[in-house]
Every structure is written in C-alpha cells, then in structure tokens.
Write a protein that binds this ligand. Structure first.
Ligand SMILES: O=C([O-])CC(=O)C(=O)O
Ligand SMILES: [Mg+2]
Length: 562
C-alpha cells in the first residue's frame, strides 16, 4: 500500500499517455497532471474519482445483454485503462469472473478473430522463429514476473483454437491480478502460433493466425525450446505457467522444464491442487480422511492422471503405502478402466493401472470395464470428471453410486459449461440432495424442496493466483510438489463447510484475495523449506506478501526530465 502512495515518475505525455493502458487514468487525471502532461483539452472538463468512473462503466456493462458483448466491453477497458478494469472486476468479482474467465472466455477464444480489437501480449509465430529475441524485446512490458503461455491446441474442453487460444493466457493473468494481487505490469500473455488443425479456423477468411497445419515432432520441440531459452535470457527469474497444451505435449513439456526453470502446468498441477484441496475440505467436513475414500475418474488424460497422482501423494502422507493408495484409484477413459496389460498407454497412465486379477470379473462383454462397472464393483465414494465429454455421468451412473454410498462426492470438472459431465441439479435430484457437488465452471445454487445447495467452483483459479503471489514474495526458483501440496492444504483450511460444518465447500469469490494470501504464505514456506527460495529466512513473510499485493488505485504522477 505504501508503495502505491509514492509518486510515479513517467516519461510519457499527451495522447501517448492516454493510450498507455497501465498508466492511463482517463477522466481521473488531476488538474495539475493535465497541465504537466499536456492533457488539457483532451479530456472532459469534470475530474472524476475511480469510484465515479467505475459506476459509469458498470452501468454501461449492465446494458449489454449477451455475455460475449460484456466480455468485449470489459476487455476494451482492460486494454485502455487497466487500473479501472481491475477496480471494476474486484468490485463485481462474482458477476464478472465468468465473463472474463470460464465459461465466456471459451467462446472468446473460438471467436478471437471476429472480436479482435487491439494488440495484447506476444504472438510468437513459427515463421518468426529466427527472431524470437527481437520479438521478446518488443514487449510493452519490461519487468515481467509471470508469463502464461499456450499453443492453443486444447483450449478448455473446446480443442484446437489456434491463435484464438490467446484468450486463455489473457484471462488467467487477469485473475493473477484481481485474485492474487500481481501487478498487471508484471504479467505477460504469450501464444505460440504454430498453426492449427481446426478446419473451422483454417477456412475462416477472418482467421488472424498463421494459416497452416500445426507443426509437430522435432520442429515443434525445437521451436518451444528456442522460445523458452529466449524467455530465460530476457527474464531469467520469471514464473512460467503452461496452459492448455494438448495431451501429447503437456506432460512432456512439464517433464522437460520443471527442473530447469520456475514453471508449472496449470491443467495438470493447478487442477490437481484445487481438487485435492476441495477433497480434503469435503473429508474434513465429514470427519473422514482422504485415505479412506475410493476414487473413480472419468478421463485419464494428463489432467486426470495429475489429479490422481496428487491424491495418491496425499493418501501416502496420511499413512497409506504407495501401493495401497494406488489400489483405491480407478481411472476410466474412453476405452474403459485402465488395467494392466492394456495396449498404447502413455507413461503417466501406466502408473495408474489396476491389477487385472482384481478387476477381471468386472468386465463386460467386450472385455473392457466401463464406468458403470467400476461404480458397481469398486463402490467409489468420490467420482471426478475430467473427460471434456458432456453428459457421461448419467442418471444410472449417479444412482448406482448413491446406492453404495450415502453421501457421494461428485466433481464434474470439465470446462466450459457445455462440456460438464452432469449438471449439478441433476446430480442432486438423483441422489435426493445427498451428493456433495463441485464443478469446474460456475453454477448457480440448486434449489430442491426449499433447500438451497451451493455449488463450489473447483477451478484452478482458487490456486494459481496464490501460487504466483507466493513465488514472487519468496523469490522461488522452482515449483516443487511440496509447494503444490501446501497450496491444497491452505485452500482446505479456508473451506466454510470444513471449518463450520455448513455452507459452501469452497470460500466465496469475494474472499479470494484473502484465500490467495493464505495460499501464498503456505507456498512460500514450502519453497523455503525445500530450499528453492531466494528470500532470506528472517524476513517477515506475511508483510512481504502484503507489500507485493497490488491494488487498483491511481498513483500520483510526476514528470521525469527527459
Ligand atoms: O480455465 C479453466 O477454467 C480451467 C482450466 O485450466 C481448463 O479447463 O483448461
Ligand atoms: Mg487450462
């Protein structure tokens, strides 16, 4: 806060200052500033406060009826006046998060070229591969601490969106700022434009990306390598978040870079951390432990397997052996239950197969074991959906689960809303209100017989802003498994249901900044005990986190001498 009160010395004036989104204050420039920065006559007479500006902006926002129009409107404010944008979003976080983030951001990626207005972030296209250093040098942000990078190949559950994938890094970084207090000046979204295999994009005359099939194999690996080396040269201490890469690349990229730089994959590790945190809260509220649960997954991709491994690690920390923990986790994908001897499993899937001796009598006529057969035989107490395929938690699946388990925990996590495995109201109806439901996209509370059931949004947005804040506060050089586990436990401690026995499984979004600070604290402590933090031990960590937390308030400007 103190930081915010000091004047800022800036070298721009006139229209350029009004066009610089990080510095623009619009009608809030004071009389002295208008004179000092040659703004007289460029702005309406009235000098407004940020509250007055936010009131007008909210009225304009409210006049739009479609979520896409609202998204375009907010993005425009973000591109012209970032301070006002974050003030507005922070004041209306529950209403606006679904507009700047999931689910609307999915549509914004699909329609990226139709709604395009202004440049934001960096677009690194394959034909420019020999000029990556120059391009990074063109960034309008110089002091970058957090980058979210995607190649647009697996955008939420919507598949390949090519350059349109840029909507995701922009949206994620908006949450780093509004939920995690990271100054927008420190953030940079990057899209790797390596072509697209989506015919809808390739054949769209409006498409703004490199109109080419995706590159792959060695060409792709080499390109990513060149980009990451250039990022390391330009910003050696940056936190790099991999986002929405296709399965074939997500895990290999993480494996390749996790010990070389400060990075994580949000879809694998962020989703895992929020899911484990939510499960810990659910167990705590029921007076049990995670190690007592039996868990079935629909979706055995890198996200599902990432969550499964984090659950296993937690069960082991609660006292199970690795083998006992793995025995309790059932991974089902489109070919059925992952079992020993199955062909074509990826390395991370092989570690999660079930023993065939146990499961051979469960098999259906085709020899495979379906989700329903897993439900009826393994009798799971937890069901997690990360399949990207809507509707697969059928009435029969949920009712069968409920037959074996009085209070099932059901998390249909696929995003956006159109991809959800089952709608919360259906799950609650099929289980007579007994299920504990959390989803990846936001859902309104479900009303059944005058009882209101809040639906927690088990989305990585509860985790990554706090991780970023913690990493910056303690100057972490790596992201370790202990840091991720610490984030899950810190989140569970913020659960109203776990702490009080009633209310929602996860805290309301209005409290997300406080939640992020608690997560940041736990993450930084874990980084320090793992020896990956540069911060010296006797510095007050809470104070450092508070000092790093950026608030959307205008600062006083003074002119530098040129
Ligand atoms: O962005 C979200 O809402 C969650 C996420 O990372 C994904 O689905 O890829
Ligand atoms: Mg993602």
């Amino acid at each position: 806060m103190e930081e915010n009160k000091r004047p800022l010395y800036i070298p721009y004036a006139g229209p350029i200052l009004l066009e610089t989104s990080l510095l623009n204050k619009g009608s809030a420039f004071s009389e002295e500033e208008r004179t000092a920065f040659n703004l007289d006559g460029l702005l309406p007479h009235a000098i407004e406060t940020i509250e007055e500006q936010a009131e007008r902006a909210y009225k304009q926002f409210s006049h739009f009826s479609s979520d896409m129009d609202k998204h375009v409107y907010l993005r425009n404010i973000q591109d012209t006046n970032e301070t006002l944008f974050y003030r507005l979003v922070n004041d209306h976080i529950t209403e606006m998060m679904p507009i700047i983030y999931t689910p609307t951001v999915g549509q914004a990626c699909e329609q990226f070229s139709d709604i395009y207005r202004r440049a934001r972030g960096l677009m690194l296209s394959y034909p420019d591969r020999h000029r990556i250093d120059d391009i990074l040098n063109n960034s309008t942000r110089h002091n970058v601490h957090i980058i979210v990078i995607t190649d647009g190949e697996r955008i939420l559950g919507l598949g390949d969106q090519g350059i349109g994938g840029m909507g995701i890094p922009i949206g994620k970084l908006s949450l780093y700022t509004s939920c995690g207090g990271i100054s927008p000046a420190y953030t940079l979204p990057i899209v790797l434009d390596v072509g697209t295999d989506n015919p809808l994009r390739l054949n769209d005359p409006m498409y703004m990306g490199w109109r080419n099939k995706r590159i792959s194999g060695e060409e792709y690996d080499q390109f990513v390598d060149e980009v990451i080396s250039a990022i390391q040269r330009r910003w050696p201490n940056v936190l790099l978040q991999f986002e929405d890469f296709a399965q074939k690349n997500a895990m290999p990229l993480l494996e390749r870079y996790k010990d070389k730089l400060c990075c994580f994959n949000d879809d694998i590790q962020g989703t895992a951390a929020v899911t484990v945190g939510s499960l810990l809260a659910a167990c705590q509220s029921a007076g049990t432990e995670l190690k007592q649960q039996t868990i079935a997954f629909l979706g055995a991709g890198s996200a599902g397997c990432g969550i499964a491994e984090a659950i296993i690690a937690q069960m082991v920390s609660e006292g199970l052996s690795d083998e006992e923990a793995r025995d309790r986790v059932y991974m089902v994908d489109r070919w059925g239950l992952l079992q020993q001897g199955m062909q074509n499993l990826l390395p991370f899937q092989q570690k999660l197969v079930q023993n065939q001796q146990k499961t051979q009598s469960w098999a259906g006529e085709d020899g495979g074991v379906s989700l329903l057969e897993v439900i009826n035989n393994a009798k799971p107490s937890v069901l997690i959906g990360v399949s990207g395929a809507p509707g697969l938690f059928t009435e029969e699946v949920i009712r069968s689960m409920h037959q074996h388990c009085e209070k099932p925990i059901v998390f249909p996590l696929s995003n956006p809303t159109s991809r959800v495995e089952a709608r919360p109201e259906d799950i609650l109806r099929w289980t007579d209100g007994q299920a504990l439901v959390a989803t990846g996209s936001p859902f309104d509370p479900v009303e059944i017989d005058d009882v209101s059931y809040p639906i927690a949004q088990c989305n990585n947005s509860y985790i990554f802003p706090g991780i970023g804040l913690g990493v910056l506060a303690c100057q972490a050089e790596r992201i370790t498994d202990n840091m991720l586990m610490a984030s899950s436990r810190a989140l569970a401690q913020c659960s109203p249901l776990a702490e009080t026995g009633e209310g929602a499984l996860l805290p309301p979004l209005e409290e997300i900044q406080e939640v992020s600070k608690k997560i940041a604290f736990a993450v930084a402590r874990a980084a320090m005990s793992d020896g990956v933090a540069k911060m010296v031990k006797n510095v007050d960590l809470k104070q450092t986190i508070d000092a790093h937390f950026w608030h959307p308030e205008y600062r006083n400007y003074k002119r530098t001498s040129f």
